[in-house]
Design a protein around this ligand. Structure first.
Ligand code: NAD
Length: 252
């Protein structure tokens, strides 16, 4: 499960899961493009420093995945500086928890534009590059258990992540002739800056832990192995799949 000398882009990788994925891919031999939102350059630099400490090249790129022109500019820059892209980890995502009856158009659009539309157009830009250079690559979309089961307080997020799960299947089918494997990783609840405010509500945290057969929420490194696997030749015959890494949440 090595990705030696591959070029991997990990979106939204200044914190949380993206940071762990970047480090794990670097440990497995990849050079990593760390992308972050404008204003979060210092977090991107911290992740890049971890990649370099693992002995690999790191590039930081400022990217808001809801800005389609910025996505193409990022791909052009990576190809211009490093020649090619082999792996995309579509990790950037947000949640703005809300009850369905309190949902606003603004919250809906922000979550769906980032988690679904941004994920699609990053995949499209990288997919077009890989197809143009003759094929062969891996795209890993970060979905969520909320893409395959429901939970209250997150209709927009669950809809977007379910969209990611099915979009993954479509891209896998369309790009199979180009030897691009497209898969998703669906984490359960993980300790990251995204979930920190949710877990500050002690009752919610305890409810979540009670629901997990392995009896704890995940840590970012619990999810990273699945991403390295799907990025590696060990997964050459796996495509269109959503790999649940959830401590057993969806087992019942
Ligand atoms: N933490 C969990 O429990 C959990 C569970 C399932 C799925 N996920 C998914 O994992 C991914 C990473 O989440 P995390 O928990 O590490 O959260 P996080 O908030 O730590 O990281 C998300 C990153 O995405 C970046 N980002 C946000 N909007 C962006 C945009 N428009 N363009 C580019 N980057 C943007 C943020 O700056 C941040 O660095 C998300 O897609 C999330 O939905 C997380």
């Amino acid at each position: 499960m090595r990705v030696d000398d591959k070029v991997a882009i990990v979106t939204g990788s200044g914190t949380g899961l993206g940071q762990a994925f970047s480090w794990a891919l670097a440990q497995a031999g990849a050079d990593v493009v760390v992308t972050e939102l404008p204003g979060k350059e210092s977090q991107a630099e911290a992740t890049a420093a971890e990649v370099r400490a693992a002995g690999r090249r790191a590039m930081t790129v400022t990217l808001d995945v809801t800005q389609l022109s910025a996505i193409q500019a990022m791909v052009d820059r990576v190809v211009g500086e490093w020649g090619h892209i082999d792996i995309l980890v579509n990790n950037a995502g947000i949640n703005i928890p809300k009850w369905a009856v309190e949902m606003t158009e603004e919250a809906w659009d922000k979550v769906v534009d980032t988690d679904l539309k941004g994920t699609f157009f990053c995949a499209q830009a990288v997919g077009k590059h890989i197809i143009a250079r003759g094929g062969g690559g891996k795209i890993i979309n970060v979905a969520s258990i909320m893409g395959v089961v429901g939970y209250y307080y997150r209709a927009h997020y669950a809809s977007a992540k379910a969209g990611v799960v099915n979009m993954t299947r479509v891209l896998a089918i369309e790009w199979a002739p180009h030897n691009i494997q497209v898969n998703a990783v669906a984490p359960g609840y993980v300790n990251t800056p995204l979930t920190k405010p949710m877990f500050e509500k002690r009752e919610f945290y305890e409810e979540v832990v009670r629901r997990i057969p392995l009896n704890r929420v995940g840590e970012p490194q619990d999810i990273a192995g699945a991403v390295v696997f799907l990025a590696s030749p060990a997964a050459d015959y796996v495509t269109g799949h959503t790999l649940l890494v959830d401590g057993g949440w969806t087992a019942w």
